[in-house]
Design a protein around this ligand. Structure first.
Ligand SMILES: [Zn+2]
Ligand SMILES: [Zn+2]
Length: 177
């Protein structure tokens, strides 16, 4: 597919994740119909009455004009202020049951790959191992219950998969409805 959307370092394929879709809708920021529209979260105290094109996300125009953020800064610990602003103000957010948050690895924000089930998560065993460890530390002490939860990801609960922009390691967190 030869779609030339703006490049988002921390959300490389917003079409695949469903955060951007083909649409004739007009962008409420630039008033243009670019053929693409943003579909996920935007946090602002202002009335927006519609959505943004990917270009107004990429250059920061939408976040600036409507004084909002696409993603909460929660979880973005230890990254530079520049990276923090790139993720929250110039990167498409994503759909999740719980408030979406970004993962950090190698002191940089990771790239959001998408919402996945067990099969896709297991294809990145390091992400599966890390999630298992995180859940155990969160209080999942019953090993068989934990394995049941993990193997049923994709049915109700799912995993949010990211890839480190520095070392390429995959990491994930669980999103439950
Ligand atoms: Zn626009
Ligand atoms: Zn890394």
């Amino acid at each position: 597919m030869s779609v030339s959307l703006p490049f988002f370092r921390y959300h490389p394929d917003p079409l695949a994740t469903g955060s951007v879709r083909a649409s004739a809708e007009t962008c409420v920021c630039c008033d243009r119909s670019t053929g693409w529209i943003y579909t996920a979260t935007f946090y602002t105290a202002q009335e927006t009455n519609g959505n943004f094109c990917p270009w107004c996300i990429a250059d920061g125009a939408a976040a600036e004009r409507f004084a909002g953020e696409f993603t909460d800064a929660y979880g973005l610990d230890g990254v530079s202020e520049e990276t923090l602003h790139e993720v929250t103000r110039r990167t498409p957010g994503f759909h999740a049951w719980q408030d979406p948050h970004w993962l950090v690895h190698c002191q940089d924000a990771a790239a959001f790959i998408g919402e996945v089930g067990y099969t896709e998560l297991a294809a990145h065993s390091e992400a599966l191992d890390q999630l298992r460890l995180d859940l155990r530390m969160d209080g999942w002490h019953d090993a068989s219950q934990l394995e049941h939860f993990l193997t049923h990801l994709g049915q109700g609960a799912s995993a949010m998969l990211f890839r480190c922009t520095v070392c390429d390691t995959h990491i994930a967190y669980a999103d439950a409805s």
